[in-house]
Design a protein around this ligand. Structure first.
Ligand code: GDP
Length: 189
């Protein structure tokens, strides 16, 4: 039995991606912060898990944000043995901004903390960079380099094409991610 787990800040488009990838009746644009439990999709031997969105949301206090993070951490610790990869979804345009804002306050951004945690667990992490339509094509490389840099992946980003998937889920353009996931599944047998 294998598992792929999706994580991401709320509103990054995680539900949209999952709907495009697995065609499931994943609810899109639901009120952020409502889902506090993982959603599961079972396909034969493969379990696909959608973790609650983390990070700041309107009307959700700090304590609750921490609980979501703890839930995610504990979930990976408990189920690491069957998890073949984690997909961390980030917002192409907002990611660097958010990370730098937290850094500026001397805090560790949740995205970085979780990414480091998954790395320490020895988990294979794919970073799905969504909403690339918000970036002018001439600036794609610059933005993707900036994201890699902040996630401790030495730029240029195209050294990491097996780990970084630029996508536009809203337009159904998730093939790059789909291809990486199919590769992982093939390797897992
Ligand atoms: P979730 O909270 O991460 O599950 O995010 P949703 O899938 O509910 O999407 C949040 C919002 O982002 C919705 O308004 C989506 O239409 C929008 N969105 C999703 N994917 C994209 C994308 O590729 N580009 C843009 N511009 N917006 C997107």
């Amino acid at each position: 039995k294998y598992e792929i787990v999706f994580i991401g800040r709320s509103n990054v488009g995680k539900s949209t991606i999952m709907r495009e990838l697995i065609g499931a009746k994943v609810k899109v644009g639901r009120r952020p912060g409502v889902t506090q439990k993982p959603n599961y999709y079972q396909f034969g031997d493969l379990l696909i898990t959608d973790m609650p969105g983390y990070g700041y949301m309107k009307g959700v206090d700090r304590a609750k944000q921490e609980r979501v993070k703890d839930l995610i951490v504990k979930y990976f610790e408990d189920n690491a043995s069957r998890i073949i990869c984690a997909v961390q979804v980030v917002d192409a345009k907002a990611f660097a901004e958010i990370v730098d804002r937290w850094d500026g306050r001397g805090e560790i951004p949740i995205d970085i903390e979780l990414n480091d945690f998954l790395y320490d667990l020895d988990l294979d992490v794919i970073v799905a960079v969504n909403k690339m339509d918000k970036i002018h094509p001439s600036a794609w490389d610059e933005f993707l380099d900036g994201i890699c840099d902040r996630l401790h992946m030495l730029p240029p980003w195209n050294q990491w094409i097996d780990k970084v998937a630029p996508i536009v889920a809203k337009k159904g353009d998730v093939n790059v991610l789909g291809k990486l996931l199919r590769e992982r599944l093939r390797k897992a047998g």
